[in-house]
Design a protein around this ligand. Structure first.
Ligand code: FAD
Length: 192
């Protein structure tokens, strides 16, 4: 339509598999026949799409972090330091145990929120916000800890973990920042 244009492709820290540009709307005339619902309901329609989107972003964080953990486990089996394989040091085993436990908690909360959304439960929006906030914070943190397990190699692109860390960082920002997720949960709690 006349008035719709796009900004330049943005250079980003990560997420380079998906191009990001501004969508610019200047004096765009949209006919009534294109309306998605009754007048005044646009915000509600847009918000309704976000609950599922938040689960999607949480699931992307979970998958990325699981992949980083799997890569770290494989690396720790072969790398030796001070005469032992890395996966034989109890301090590192405990770190792995925490990472796996936190990912399992994120996975379970995502399932719970997805179930609430599917069944149109009244607390679905709050659960989706909780799951997005938790899975994206934990996902980033687990990926960062996995990178640490590689030592200096973790910082090199060859091993693929630094890319996961850069990609997961944005999940704490988009589809509603994690501060806004807390706002949604807090409003629901205080409202009660
Ligand atoms: C790679 C990428 C892709 C994107 N894709 C899309 C897309 O496809 N569609 C789309 O619509 N948008 C997209 N976005 C935009 C994204 O959704 C927003 O950047 C995000 O929602 C945050 O909004 P903002 O940048 O305006 O931050 P601001 O609203 O300016 O917030 C700045 C900071 O203040 C905090 N803050 C703001 N208000 C409060 C408050 N009330 N209480 C506490 N803290 C607060 C925020 O959490 C944040 O930390 C994309 C962004 C990126 C980086």
């Amino acid at each position: 339509m006349p008035g719709v244009s796009f900004g330049a492709n943005e250079y980003k820290m990560g997420w380079n598999a998906q191009p990001t540009r501004q969508v610019i709307l200047e004096d765009v005339r949209v006919p009534k026949s294109n309306r998605l619902g009754p007048e005044g309901s646009g915000f509600k329609i847009a918000m309704a799409g976000l609950d599922g989107g938040r689960l999607n972003i949480g699931a992307c964080s979970l998958g990325g972090a699981q992949s980083a953990l799997d890569k770290a486990l494989a690396y720790m089996k072969q790398r030796k330091a001070f005469g032992k394989r890395l996966d034989e040091f109890q301090a590192l085993q405990f770190r792995l145990a925490d990472m796996a436990t936190e990912l399992e908690a994120a996975r379970t909360l995502l399932w719970r929120a997805a179930c609430a959304l599917d069944t149109k439960a009244p607390d679905a929006t709050m659960l989706c916000a909780m799951a997005k906030r938790f899975a994206t914070d934990i996902g980033f943190d687990v990926a960062d800890r996995a990178l640490q397990m590689f030592g200096g190699y973790g910082y090199l692109s060859e091993y693929g973990v630094e890319k996961i860390v850069r990609d997961l960082r944005v999940h704490r920002i988009l589809e509603g920042t994690n501060e806004i997720m807390r706002l949604i949960v807090a409003r629901e709690l205080v409202g009660r």
